[in-house]
Write a protein that binds this ligand. Structure first.
Ligand SMILES: [Zn+2]
Ligand SMILES: [Zn+2]
Length: 105
């Protein structure tokens, strides 16, 4: 009484003989319902779950990359703005000191 794949039927098409078992849900499926992904059999439902997860991962990593890139460029922008502002402020304060000393005299 050994379990034979040929004796099982597709979980979706009850009249079709199962050609393989989904690695995720362990249900038998026919060749039409099974999809080979990275050399492993998946049913459509499980494959959708896997691919949607992967696309989400890819999205988050690319989103983080762009986020850090924006943050980095923003920091550089702030730094240059700060330095430019500092130089400008130093020039103004020097001028103000000169003006105040002129008025005192
Ligand atoms: Zn499955
Ligand atoms: Zn089927």
């Amino acid at each position: 009484m050994a379990k034979n794949i040929s004796n099982t039927y597709c979980s979706i098409h009850s009249l079709r003989e199962g050609s393989g078992i989904c690695i995720k849900c362990h249900n038998p499926f026919c060749s039409e319902c099974l999809t080979r992904f990275d050399g492993i059999n998946y049913c459509k439902e499980c494959l959708e779950k896997i691919t949607s997860k992967e696309s989400k991962k890819r999205f988050s990593s690319s989103f983080l990359k762009t986020f850090f890139l924006i943050l980095f460029s923003f920091c550089i922008f702030l730094l240059t703005f700060y330095l430019a502002g500092k130089i400008a402020l130093e020039n103004i304060s020097e001028k103000q000191i000169e003006e105040t000393t002129d008025k005192k005299d």
